[in-house]
Write a protein that binds this ligand. Structure first.
Ligand code: PEP
Length: 253
């Protein structure tokens, strides 16, 4: 049985005092989620990782929004896995469509980062998803399949089962236009089939696949009613405590 997961992607939002306020205020809701067997977390900016780790309950998963695959060296502006590990970070989001678009992050680059994270016992949250044009042409499945096959290439099954996948149609991110639960389920079920062909059905059954794209307290329960959707990666609605609480309540059902 896959454990449900809610992960908030804060993107480039919140100063350190704002992040601290959230962290200090989320204790009860994190406890509520954990008591219902649900994993919950947030992905702050690099500068806010330490304040969140310091002030939030230890059960809150704190993820970084990117990492470099090299341990150290001449990579100006980058952050390495040992740097994240040293402060107590165990999870990293990779391949978000905004990083693919604005920072040229490719599935090949994500593959290197995923392998480096797994070698360090860290959890990659690998994002995939198609543009509106690809969706309208009816090419979502082959497009996303390619992202999965390249991003997770050469992993051993026992490594693959530790990865979390987030399916986020680009046309639904931050637009208020969410995919229907049927569309999300169809693509996510396809992704699970691709994972089964790569790593075997028992491994595919263990991998958590999240939906992301304008998920809100009012619609999260719909997605959770679908058999292959194991939780949500949420941007805008994860920023405020009230809304984050609403997401947890929707997830608990
Ligand atoms: C995201 O950033 O991953 C996301 C899904 O954003 P939003 O929930 O705001 O659409």
């Amino acid at each position: 049985m896959r454990k449900k997961l809610l992960l908030g992607n804060w993107k480039m939002n919140k100063t350190r005092p704002e992040a601290k306020e959230f962290a200090k205020g989320c204790g009860e809701m994190v406890e509520y989620a954990v008591s219902h067997g649900i994993d919950v977390g947030v992905a702050p900016t690099f500068v806010c990782l330490c304040p969140v780790l310091k002030h939030a309950p230890k059960e809150l998963i704190v993820a970084a929004q990117n990492v470099n695959e090299h341990d150290h060296g001449a990579y100006t502006g980058e952050i390495s896995i040992p740097m994240l590990k040293e402060i107590g970070i165990g999870w990293v989001i990779l391949g978000h469509s905004e990083r693919r678009e604005y920072n040229g992050e490719t599935s090949e680059a994500c593959n290197l980062k995923i392998k480096a994270l797994l070698a360090n016992d860290m959890v990659p949250v690998y994002c995939c998803g198609e543009s509106l044009g690809t969706f309208e042409e009816g090419k979502t499945k082959p497009f996303v399949e390619e992202q999965i096959r390249v991003g997770l290439a050469d992993l051993k099954p026992e490594e693959a089962e530790k990865v979390v996948i987030a399916y986020e149609p680009i046309w639904a991110i931050g637009t208020g236009k969410s995919a229907t639960k049927e569309i999300a389920e169809e693509t996510i079920a396809h992704i699970r089939g691709v994972l089964a062909s790569m790593f075997g059905a028992p491994v595919a059954e263990k991998i958590r696949i999240l939906y992301g794209g304008s998920v809100k307290p009012g619609n999260i329960a719909e997605y959770m009613s679908m058999p292959d959707i194991d939780g949500a990666l949420v941007g805008g609605a994860s920023l405020e405590l009230d809304s984050y609480k609403g997401l947890i309540e929707g997830l608990v059902g």
